[in-house]
Design a protein around this ligand. Structure first.
Ligand SMILES: C[S@@+](CC[C@H](N)C(=O)[O-])C[C@H]1O[C@@H](n2cnc3c(N)ncnc32)[C@H](O)[C@@H]1O
Length: 322
């Protein structure tokens, strides 16, 4: 369970030591320049969304009072007469999110920006008022932020220390004091506690690769998704719900691995199917173009060894019996 930051990935700011008042002040300053309006000047989009360098003069002018805060909070860096953003700042679903710069070559400790799967779970998650929600594998913390608007307490778990820092930073920036972050692996950091709701968008990709923490589980086949589905109900209160995005293998007989994933506790199970991919399609989607024939072959060999001829994807909802 190694999770040390690489030199490429500086630790953020040790945000725990940053005075929350400074972050809240930054939010007020960003609001004052209309950052949320989506009409902020294209130069600010360039700076914060695309990582482009802009002149020091423009940055001072456009960011107004937020300029000094961005510098002192380490969000931008001044180089000669220009400014470059060290982190992206986006508005996603009403929330300020601080993210890594766009990265075409993510590595083990890159933090996943909100993706199609994040949005799927964001839209699909139950959003009724409750006491406690866990976001397992929180990444940039968007699901935790959303949960913090209908739950009294949210626990955001991740094994990636950078994800924990980003989530903490964004929680404070959005003024959400009901999000607690916990660094560690899946259920290990939940102790004996039980919760009203658990959402999980795990690294569900089934592949021989073990490179990116947010994508590759490092476990064989669909073993991670199976483990989460079968274990999760043990951490729910009666009537509580778990919602997990999953991928699973389909055998030549047509048997679907997910049919064998029996939760260890009594609960109602609902599977919302999204797609069933042919192996070629799946490889194309996750590996993309590669000029390394050995790597491509290793993916085909992997599915053959597992006996998977197709891969299914969907959302599992588990409601614990009363
Ligand atoms: C697909 S990303 C989802 C991130 C975020 N929840 C979202 O929907 O955008 C999976 C997340 O699981 C985290 N993760 C991977 N292995 C983990 C583990 N053993 N325990 C906890 N989190 C883990 C990754 O670091 C990553 O943030």
């Amino acid at each position: 369970m190694e999770a040390m930051p690489t030199s490429r990935h500086r630790f953020f700011l040790l945000v725990i030591q940053v005075n929350p008042v400074h972050l809240q002040k930054l939010r007020d300053q960003l609001e004052a320049i209309g950052f949320r309006s989506r009409e902020w000047p294209s130069l600010l989009y360039r700076l914060f969304s695309f990582g482009q360098r802009i002149s020091l003069r423009d940055a001072r002018l456009l960011l107004a009072d937020a300029f000094d805060s961005c510098v002192s909070l380490n969000l931008v860096q001044i180089e000669d007469e220009s400014v470059i953003a060290k982190y992206r700042i986006l508005i996603e679903d009403e929330y300020y999110l601080v993210l890594d710069p766009i990265d075409s070559n993510p590595d083990r400790l890159s933090v996943m920006p909100p993706s199609g799967s994040t949005k799927t779970l964001l839209r699909g998650m139950r959003q009724t008022p409750c006491e406690t929600v866990v976001d397992l594998g929180t990444g940039c913390g968007l699901l935790a932020l959303q949960a913090s608007s209908f739950a009294k307490q949210v626990i955001a778990v991740d094994l990636n220390p950078r994800a924990i820092e980003f989530t903490h930073y964004s929680a404070v920036l959005n003024g959400r004091s009901n999000i607690e972050t916990r660094l560690g692996s899946w259920f290990e950091v939940l102790g004996n506690q039980k919760f009203d709701q658990i959402v999980c968008n795990p690294p569900f990709v089934i592949s021989p690769r073990s490179k990116i923490m947010y994508q590759d589980s490092g476990m064989r086949g669909d073993e991670l998704c199976r483990t989460i589905v079968t274990t999760l109900p043990g951490y729910l209160n009666p009537g509580g719900i778990g919602q997990i995005l999953v991928n699973w293998g389909v055998l030549p007989s047509g048997h679907e691995g997910i049919d064998d994933w029996l939760p260890q506790e009594k609960c109602e199970v609902l599977l919302q199917r999204f797609s069933t991919f042919e192996i070629e399609e799946y490889i194309q989607h996750w590996l993309g173009g590669t000029d390394d024939p050995t790597e491509l072959q290793s993916w085909f060999d992997y599915y053959q060894e597992l006996g998977f001829v197709r891969i299914g994807s969907g959302l599992v909802s588990l409601t614990k019996s009363m």
